[in-house]
Ligand binder design. Structure first.
Ligand code: SF4
Length: 339
């Protein structure tokens, strides 16, 4: 889809989301409070009709980022501009108006639907809130049209969520998110709870709907294989920070950050010869605690290319190729002495 307006619809600059934690077991009540920096200086732009894939392991901050963009988590500092309007510190009325344009699809399709409501009521609810002038007949028609569009028979209107499979529940979640024809849909791991065969159907459905409606998507997943098909650009996060942000083709052809390289090396290649000959970079250990992240580069405790400077300073996200930004000291130093 071609877009003539070059201004982003969403612009995030140096976003921080942090939580103050209760004192740890055995800690004196007057001891310094612990802070969890879930999102730590994230910046990106998103244009109309574009899909930005956001990838990282559990605990990297991607879901907190999504929640901050929809006011489900409080922004600590930084700027989030939606079509030019600043959302950090915005009034409840501004956030309420935003909900018409920005919708969310959740990871657990069944848990995200109210079990006491019928499918028809769940899909219609946003219309009752945001399009109060619509009559009952118009609402019923909109709901039935949307059900058909997402592959659900309108005959299922009066059923309850527990009567549906995971894939069908996610179709209900998509119908509810799209009934207002929003401009942006934030998809928080929408397929990770589904069988692999159903995952492809849901991703293809989102792609079709995106093209029909000119939607922008933020598509969150924990592995690079899932976002490949749907994304225009991909942002890789690690421990609350962006480590690489690149156009999809460039990221898969020439990943620049050691973490992205490790994630990509773990994806199976359908060609048996290439799969046998490829080098897999195994990440050592677990993700460090975001309460006490490593000094310097947060990836350094697992990075196979870590060197002395990596413990001393945080690498800045910088342009390293025409369409790739990466945050790694290897881009700015010849020093490769292991730490
Ligand atoms: S800055 Fe150092 S530790 Fe971090 S990714 Fe680059 S080489 Fe690895």
């Amino acid at each position: 889809m071609q877009h003539t307006d070059t201004r982003p619809i969403l612009s995030v600059q140096d976003l921080h989301v942090q939580f103050t934690l209760p004192a740890a077991k055995g800690q004196m009540p007057w001891a310094r409070k612990r802070t969890l920096k879930a999102v730590n200086g994230v910046s990106f732009d998103l244009h109309a009709g574009e899909t930005l894939g956001i990838v990282g392991e559990s605990g990297c901050g991607k879901s907190t980022l999504a929640r901050a963009l929809t006011n489900l988590a409080t922004i600590s500092s930084g700027s989030v501009r939606w079509q030019g309007t600043e959302l950090h510190g915005a009034s409840a009325a501004t956030w309420q108006a935003l909900r018409r344009d920005v919708q969310m699809i959740f990871q657990d399709p069944l848990a995200s639907l109210d079990p006491r409501m019928t499918i028809g009521e769940i899909i219609a609810e946003p219309l009752h809130i945001h399009e109060k002038a619509l009559g009952a007949a118009a609402i019923a028609q909109r709901v039935q049209d949307m059900m058909q569009r997402v592959g659900l028979s309108p005959h299922l209107l009066n059923r309850y969520p527990h009567e549906f499979s995971g894939g069908q529940c996610q179709r209900v979640g998509i119908a509810r998110a799209l009934i207002l024809r929003p401009k942006l849909v934030i998809c928080d791991e929408p397929v990770s709870a589904l069988d692999v065969s159903i995952q492809a159907q849901i991703v293809n459905l989102l792609l079709e709907l995106q093209q029909e409606m000119g939607l922008a998507l933020l598509f969150i997943a924990h592995d690079l294989a899932v976002v490949k098909h749907i994304s225009t650009r991909i942002m890789v996060m690690y421990l609350g920070r962006v480590v690489e942000l690149a156009h999809k083709q460039d990221l898969y052809a020439s990943p620049q950050h050691p973490y992205t390289q490790a994630l990509l090396s773990a994806i199976p290649i359908p060609d048996p010869v290439r799969e046998r000959n490829k080098t897999i970079t195994l990440l050592q250990g677990d993700l460090p605690s975001p309460i006490s992240p490593p000094s310097g580069c947060v990836f350094r405790t697992r990075c196979p290319q870590a060197h002395a400077r990596c413990a001393e300073s945080v690498p800045a996200l910088q342009a390293v190729l025409a369409r790739t930004h990466s945050a790694c000291h290897l881009h700015t130093t010849a020093e490769t002495t292991p730490a």
